[in-house]
Each structure stands twice: as C-alpha cells, then as structure tokens.
Design a protein around this ligand. Structure first.
Ligand SMILES: C[S@@+](CC[C@H](N)C(=O)[O-])C[C@H]1O[C@@H](n2cnc3c(N)ncnc32)[C@H](O)[C@@H]1O
Length: 209
C-alpha cells in the first residue's frame, strides 16, 4: 500500500448533514447495508482473522455483526447509536449506546479486547484519528482492528474526504488513519468482493502495537 501523505484539515471531515448524529440514528433501521454474497465474504474473512476465543468489540454496531454463527469468541460488545438495533443483535453479549463523533473516547478499560470490528461505518467518523487512537488503547498488544467498507453509504452523513475518493482511495484513507494514529503496526488490505454482480467489499486491518 502506498504511504499516505494526507495532511487532514477540518473541512475533510465536514458533512452535508451537520446535525447531531442522535437525530439521524434515532429511528431503527433493521436493514442490510450489503448484499448476501458480500456479507458472506466478510463473515468468511472474520472466520480466518478473529481468534476463536477473542473478546470482540463491534464498533458502530447495529442488529448484525457478520461474525460466523458458530464462532467461539468469548464475548462480543457492541457500540452504536440505536438501542433497539443493538438489542436485536443476537451476536452481542453486551452493548452500549455512545456517539463517537460527540465523544471519541471508548468507554472501556485499556487492553480489554482482542479484536475490534468496524463494519460499513468508518466513513461516518468525524474524528477518526482520535477514535483509532483509542481503539489501540482498548486492544491488547497485537490485537487486531478490522475495518470493512463497500461503495455504499448514507451520503449526507459521510465525511467530505470519503465522498471525494473512490474505492482505492478509501483503502488508502483507512490505512492513513491507522498510520497517523501511531498505535498500530503497518496495515494490510484485501479486496473480498465476490464478483461483478455483487456489492464490493474491502477490508483494511492492522495489529495494535
Ligand atoms: C451503515 S450502518 C452499519 C451497521 C453495522 N456495522 C453493519 O455492518 O450493518 C452504520 C452504523 O454506524 C453507527 N454510527 C454512525 N454514527 C455513529 C457515531 N457517531 N457513533 C457511534 N456509532 C455511529 C450507527 O449506529 C450504525 O449502526
């Protein structure tokens, strides 16, 4: 992956809907944001990268976490914006409603997770470097953070820098978040897209130092 030389400015994280996220996410959305083949590809990726006995943090979670149904992880804590969506998620063992754009500090102890997942949501973070920095705090050393995304989003809530980039640009942007945080080893990426007839799906992941 090319070294990202982006110098972030406040306007990179502007959004056309600047209202508080609590308004946008007040009503529940029990919908899939990705088609079935792409969801299966993400689940298969989790099967090979999330350790069997992991304590998992599903950040920006909703009613689905995409983990394999038979995954042996110890527990899965969800953090998101809508209590009804989180309560409906059968893979979560605990959850918390928390606005990361209002408060980019995770309400968890240091080194309390082995894996952190951010699925289809990183484009909504207005303070990604703060959030990624705090993810490295709550992960144990060598714990993995896996960020997945497609080419779909709520455009009014996605940050300007995301909307200005294409798929390769998004891969580079997420890699830059990891690199500028300084709490992670060099990131990797993979294109998991099942084919032309399906939604694309990409992952960028890195291990905490
Ligand atoms: C497109 S959905 C993806 C949900 C889920 N991760 C999935 O894979 O289906 C975006 C998610 O980001 C979460 N989210 C958006 N803004 C947030 C914020 N400011 N703080 C925390 N979570 C947020 C919402 O709660 C919502 O569940």
């Amino acid at each position: 992956m090319a070294e990202g030389a982006l110098q972030f400015l406040p306007e990179h994280f502007a959004r056309s809907d600047g209202a508080a996220d609590t308004e946008f996410y007040a009503s529940e959305r029990m919908v899939h944001h990705l088609d079935e083949p792409a969801r299966s590809a993400l689940t298969a990726f989790y099967r090979r990268t999330v350790p069997e006995d992991a304590r998992v943090l599903d950040l920006m979670s909703s009613w689905v976490s995409h983990l394999p149904e038979d995954h042996g992880c110890q527990d899965v804590t969800g953090l998101g914006m809508n209590a009804a969506e989180l309560s409906a998620n059968s893979q979560l063992t605990a959850h918390v409603v928390h606005d990361l754009n209002a408060k980019p500090v995770l309400p968890f102890d240091d080194q309390s997770f082995d894996a952190c997942l951010i699925a289809l949501s990183v484009q909504y973070l207005t303070r990604p470097l703060d959030v990624f920095g705090d993810i490295s705090r709550v992960l144990r050393p060598e714990g993995v953070c896996i960020v997945s995304f497609s080419n779909r989003c709520f455009p009014t809530k996605a940050v300007a820098v995301w909307r200005a980039l294409d798929d390769p640009g998004h891969i580079g942007l997420v890699a830059t978040y990891f690199r500028q945080t300084n709490g992670f080893d060099e990131p990797f990426y993979e294109d998991l897209s099942p084919g032309e007839r399906s939604d694309p799906i990409f992952v960028v992941w890195a291990k905490a130092l």
